[in-house]
Design a protein around this ligand. Structure first.
Ligand SMILES: Nc1nc2c(ncn2[C@@H]2O[C@H](COP(=O)(O)OP(=O)(O)O)[C@@H](O)[C@H]2O)c(=O)[nH]1
Ligand SMILES: [Mg+2]
Length: 215
């Protein structure tokens, strides 16, 4: 298990080219607007003011970088990594042109960002599978980008409903995918999922830090 020592907002970039130097392992968070992305990021970092949580979705169209300093509980050695808050998709009021701009920006970032270690795709646990989410995941697989699913807001539904939605989601993915991804259940309110998600990041930091600096 790791602990977060410091989480700092660095910069919001309008494009992949403007992002900070790719010198640390990077973890991006994405999902439909209002899925609970900012709340999850704040929960993971133990900082309620880090990523802005808001009820007016679709506003931020930037790639938001946070620098995290964490340390493993065993050796207390500091490790720095980037956490990225990506603009959400599926905001109903978005125009066709701004949707296309979003798609281009996200595709460029996801396919070209060399230090991108994993993408966390957030799915609202209260709903049955949504085509938009399934399509996005199929794109990630097509582009060969490593990803993990996080089902959010699990405190808002009965456990049986959450389980059913998870099952349906994977059944839907199985129609097109050969390999199914790892997933976590989370609640920003109850702080569930935090330890497992941070454990995965810690493991991936350990695996990737070496090759990142050998290049
Ligand atoms: N009950 C509950 N509400 C949540 C949770 N996560 C987010 N929310 C609420 O859902 C709304 C959208 O959350 P936000 O983090 O801003 O979503 P974003 O647009 O994906 O960044 C806010 O009103 C949050 O308080 C959760 O785990 N449980
Ligand atoms: Mg947000």
């Amino acid at each position: 298990m790791m602990h977060i020592k410091k989480a700092t907002y660095i910069i919001s970039s309008p494009s992949f080219e403007k992002c900070p130097a790719p010198d640390k392992p990077e973890y991006a968070f994405i999902g439909r607007s209002n899925v609970g992305k900012s709340s999850l990021i704040n929960m993971l970092c133990n900082n309620d003011k880090l990523a802005k949580t808001s009820n007016t979705p679709g506003k931020t169209q930037m790639i938001n970088h946070f620098e995290i300093m964490s340390a493993s509980n065993s050796d207390n050695e500091n490790i720095k990594w980037y956490l990225v808050d990506l603009p959400g998709y599926g905001f109903a009021k978005t125009s066709q042109s701004s949707r296309r701009r979003w798609e281009q920006m996200i595709e460029n970032y996801l396919r070209k960002r060399e230090n991108l270690t994993n993408v966390f795709v957030l799915i609202d646990a209260r709903h049955s599978p949504q085509k938009l989410d399934i399509n996005f995941i199929n794109k990630l697989v097509l582009w060969q980008i490593p990803y993990t699913i996080i089902f959010t807001k699990t405190d808002k539904e009965k456990q049986s409903v959450v389980s059913k939605n998870v099952k349906l989601f994977f059944e839907s993915l199985r129609k097109t995918l050969q390999f199914l991804p790892q997933y976590f259940l989370s609640s920003a309110v109850k702080k569930t999922g935090r330890e497992k998600i941070l454990d995965l990041i810690e493991e991936m930091n350990f695996d990737t830090t070496e090759d990142l600096f050998i290049r």
